[in-house]
Design a protein around this ligand. Structure first.
Ligand SMILES: NC(=O)c1ccc[n+]([C@@H]2O[C@H](COP(=O)([O-])OP(=O)(O)OC[C@H]3O[C@@H](n4cnc5c(N)ncnc54)[C@H](OP(=O)(O)O)[C@@H]3O)[C@@H](O)[C@H]2O)c1
Length: 294
């Protein structure tokens, strides 16, 4: 990575903004949305080539899981076609493409109701969004460029002000209400974006490519995740177990285990509860509060 020029896409997003921060002293370039128009594929690939980046970090994505059911074209354009074009540009230039997929792509994989999904399980996505993410992965592997694909899940973290800050939003909600609804049926592996940045940069430094799960260690229901957030913040509203009605038929098991990173001895991800507690403590410290110690 030392001396490499990095093309960072999606730098305003929850994950991309943390890469921008972590790479602030590096040679980082970006492209405007206009230059990423997939309906002008050769122009897009030429724009990527002109950056002369040796590493492309793609955090750009359509992450609207419910909206994708009604508008699949938008989801496939950014989640499948854009990575395909980036991969072809990377194959031509020799750049390393870093891309992010989702543990939601395991969908109805064989172990749906059992343990967290291993990276060795097959993908069986159930929603338009996750089908588009799985198609993006496949396109990258088919282009045969140097690549690192990390499957993420249940991201949180970054700036308190970010519009998608789930942890901050639950704390704000609990400060205003005595009762909150949360889903006890879906399980996942809540993962801090900053831990993803550290893990990604470590893999780039070690010059390791391939497709990996990259989530915090452990699995938890959305209900217990929310309860842990609120307890860490010293908040104890009544939590009502509620099955959320969603437009997208999401899998009830989005939890994963970093089997490949573990086998390589390269897993740097903390346990999900340590990560959440530390993040809540940092949010409260920024607000001037003391975190609750139980
Ligand atoms: N969030 C999660 O829980 C989660 C779970 C699993 C996997 N992931 C994956 O992790 C990666 C990062 O997710 P995130 O949560 O950081 O996403 P995010 O906050 O929604 O950010 C997505 C970024 O993509 C940009 N973008 C969207 N449409 C674009 C387009 N047509 N052209 C160019 N840029 C476009 C957005 O720009 P604007 O800011 O201008 O809209 C934003 O900067 C994605 O690949 C996502 O699929 C996320």
């Amino acid at each position: 990575m030392t001396g490499s020029r990095i093309l960072l896409l999606g730098a305003g997003g929850m994950l991309g903004s943390r890469f921008a921060l972590a790479l602030a002293d590096k040679d980082v370039v970006t492209l405007s949305r206009g230059q990423l128009e997939v309906k002008r594929p050769r122009e897009l690939m030429n724009a990527v080539a002109r950056t002369q980046a040796s590493v492309i970090i793609n955090c750009a994505a359509d992450t609207d899981v419910e909206g994708a059911e009604a508008n699949p074209a938008s989801s496939f354009a950014i989640n499948a076609i854009l990575p395909s074009l980036l991969a072809q540009a990377a194959a031509e230039s020799g750049a390393m493409l870093v891309h992010f997929s989702s543990t939601g792509c395991y969908g109805r994989s064989s172990d749906e109701n059992a343990a967290p999904h291993s990276d060795f399980a097959s993908l069986a996505p159930t929603t338009v969004h996750h089908k588009s993410k799985a198609a993006g992965e496949t396109a990258i592997r088919e282009a045969a460029c140097r690549h690192l694909i990390l499957r993420l899940g249940w991201l949180y973290g970054g700036s308190a002000a970010h519009r998608k800050n789930f942890v901050r939003a639950r704390i704000a909600e609990a400060r205003q209400k005595t009762e909150l609804a949360s889903d006890p049926y879906q399980i996942g592996s809540p993962t801090n974006v900053d831990d993803v940045v550290v893990q990604t940069l470590a893999l780039l430094e070690a010059r390791i490519g391939g497709t990996f799960n990259c989530v915090a260690t452990g699995a938890v229901s959305r209900f217990d995740y929310v309860r842990h957030i609120l307890r860490s913040a010293g908040l104890f509203p009544r939590l009502v177990p509620t099955r959320f009605q969603r437009l997208a038929p999401v899998s009830e098991n989005e939890a994963a285990i970093n089997d490949k990173l573990n086998l390589l001895g390269l897993n740097k991800m903390p346990t999900w509860d340590e990560g959440v507690s530390a993040y809540v403590a940092s949010l409260l410290a920024d607000e001037g509060h003391q975190p609750n110690v139980e």
